[in-house]
Design a binder for this molecule. Structure first.
Ligand code: GDP
Length: 279
């Protein structure tokens, strides 16, 4: 599917509209908005509508899954957000890193907030960026349901942490219309939009096209193939061949090869990759 087609897809299920309304009702209680994005696509995974929650609040942007992102590009993004937004703190984060969690708690307590005794934080972001994992890390135990599928975290609840924080856990919310048609494709790469909305083979081909330009060495290493001088269909074939993904009759199985590439990217197996760069 081409990017032009994606432009016309509206992706805003009813439960997200409802969640958005519920957050607005609770906003007056909130001191800090912790917005979670995916460091591999920090702009595409940033819901532009979250700005309506942050007025009059302290705003922390977590570039989560930074362990899966290209470290050099992540630093460029940090600079970009500092220069181009009003966000108080922009932080590279790995929800499984305890040291980063300790630093985050310190950062929150250092913010200019009157009610120090119990800081109320809204944790928000689109599906699958790691909100539940961030929350579990802050509360020190598993509280919310986690899954690598969009929309698994449900409902809204207050959770307290040992560090005097109250966290409002919200479901992943997308926005009604993607202004840039590429955003839909990017969110499909991250698994933030249900795979079934787009055709997997086209999503995988677009991802592979990007990887061939920016991360050819990583592709060669993981799939044990050579990519130099090969075009996209040839690389697709080489991956299918290398992994023995064939259908009856000896043809390459493009459906399974696409799923393989998408899952390898989602789970960080291809390497530390960032799929968009600051302008
Ligand atoms: P949510 O939908 O935003 O609540 O996302 P989840 O917390 O359910 O996380 C989605 C997937 O990303 C899960 O498989 C998590 O284990 C994984 N994940 C979350 N944070 C990180 C991180 O910082 N690094 C890595 N490598 N994986 C993460």
């Amino acid at each position: 599917m081409s990017a032009e087609k994606i432009e016309y897809i509206q992706w805003y299920p009813g439960h997200m509209a409802k969640a958005n309304r519920e957050i607005k009702e609770k906003l007056k209680l909130i001191n800090v908005v912790i917005e979670v994005v995916d460091a591999r696509l920090p702009l595409s995974s940033k819901n532009p509508e979250i700005n309506q929650y942050t007025w009059n609040k302290q705003h922390i942007l977590l570039l989560n899954k930074s362990d899966l992102a290209d470290p050099e590009v992540s630093l460029e993004w940090i600079d970009w957000f500092k220069k181009n937004t009003e966000i108080e703190k922009v932080v590279l984060f790995d929800a499984f890193d305890r040291r980063m969690k300790t630093d985050l708690v310190r950062t929150i307590h250092e913010l200019n907030i009157k009610e120090k005794a119990q800081v109320k934080c809204l944790v928000c972001g689109i599906p699958n960026v790691g909100k539940s994992t961030v929350i579990n890390s802050l509360i020190g135990k598993k509280k919310t349901q986690i899954g690598n599928k969009p929309g698994v975290t449900k409902g809204q609840q207050w959770l307290s942490t040992p560090d005097h924080l109250m966290l409002l856990d919200t479901p992943g919310i997308l926005w009604p219309k993607f202004e840039d048609p590429l955003v839909g494709l990017h969110l499909a790469w991250l698994g933030s939009i249900k795979d079934t909305i787009y055709e997997k083979e086209n999503i995988a081909a677009d991802l592979l096209k990007y990887l061939l330009v920016y991360y050819p060495d990583e592709l060669e290493a993981i799939y044990k193939i050579e990519v130099v001088g090969k075009n996209l269909p040839e690389v697709f074939d080489a991956i299918a061949k290398s992994r023995g993904l064939l259908v009856k009759g000896g043809e390459y199985d493009y459906a399974r090869t696409s799923v393989l590439i998408l899952n390898d990217f989602k789970n960080g197996r291809i390497g530390r990759i960032t799929l968009e760069r600051p302008e």
